[in-house]
Design a protein around this ligand. Structure first.
Ligand SMILES: [Zn+2]
Ligand SMILES: [Zn+2]
Length: 286
């Protein structure tokens, strides 16, 4: 199984776009990319915009060679309704547009589906479903909270197994914080897992110390069953992310489980552009 983290926060953009290839099927999960509209009171820097354009081109290249596209929820860093023609001829497994979803995502899902009407695609709403492609098994979780509660809606987790290797994609669980978000992972014991880590950059105002502790506890449990944990997305908006979860590194080491960012997993240098936005404006004036 080949797993490629295409675009992630550790690569300078808001995204979790991932490509998975087995002997039987090629899949792209959440092909989209965005930037924080405001960080430190600043809009995206030119360097971030260029990186976003570069990453979107790269995502489209992977979509082109994919048979299946999975979309775990309707936030713009996970789906892009503006270039739906890239999905022509593909099978789309989409989060249900009406069940277990919040108001703003109902509207976005409706718009996305409307745009897709002009493209020849096969659509299936995949919440809680299982699929087989040759010897490759794909299982989608029931909807779980987008983070701490249902205010931001629900997301789907994705498990892929080809009989030899296994992989799990958590989508925006922001931790994980809850038992059901964590159980889906623990029960499947994926060798490699990509997780949206806790949003420690909001610590003290939109994210509590208790939530951070809860996330670390859940991640510790996952480190006991998985071989490699890739932590990224919300967590990688914090330049000190490794210090924030230092306890996890200690725990995971006892189980010889590796903890890394998506950039590290892919073998490229970490490039936390959003977390460094203030510095970008100081160093590169445009
Ligand atoms: Zn989201
Ligand atoms: Zn997201």
């Amino acid at each position: 199984m080949e797993i490629v983290p295409i675009a992630f926060d550790s690569m300078g953009v808001r995204s979790m776009a991932t490509f998975v290839k087995t002997k039987d099927v090629t899949i792209t999960i959440d092909p989209s990319v965005s930037l924080a509209p405001s960080r430190y009171g600043l809009p995206p820097h030119k360097i971030e915009i260029e990186q976003m354009e570069e990453k979107w081109r790269e995502i489209k290249g992977f979509v082109e060679k994919s048979d299946v596209i999975i979309i775990t929820h309707y936030h713009y860093d996970h789906h892009n309704p503006e270039e739906v023609e890239i999905f022509e001829g593909k099978k789309l497994l989409l989060k249900h547009p009406k069940d277990k979803i919040n108001r703003s995502q109902i509207e976005r899902a409706e718009y996305f589906l409307e745009r897709l009407r002009n493209v020849k695609v096969e659509i299936d709403f995949c919440d809680g479903k299982k699929y087989e492609f040759g010897n490759t098994f794909v299982e989608i979780s029931k909807p779980v909270f987008h983070g701490a509660n249902q205010k931001l809606g629900f997301v789907l987790e994705v498990f892929v197994s080809d009989g030899k290797n296994s992989f799990l994609f958590s989508s925006d669980v922001e931790g994980p914080l809850h038992a059901d978000q964590t159980e889906f992972i623990l029960q499947r014991r994926p060798e490699i897992v990509f997780i949206d880590g806790p949003m420690s950059y909001m610590l003290g105002y939109r994210f509590s110390k208790t939530s951070l502790e809860k996330a670390v506890e859940n991640l510790k449990k996952i480190s006991e069953v998985s071989r490699e944990i890739v932590l990224d997305h919300h967590l990688l908006r914090d330049i000190n992310w490794r210090d924030q979860i230092s306890e996890l590194f200690v725990h995971a080491e006892q189980f010889s489980t590796e903890i890394k960012s998506a950039a590290e997993f892919r073998g490229v240098e970490e490039n936390l552009l959003e977390a460094r936005r203030k510095e970008l404006y100081e160093r590169f004036k445009f």
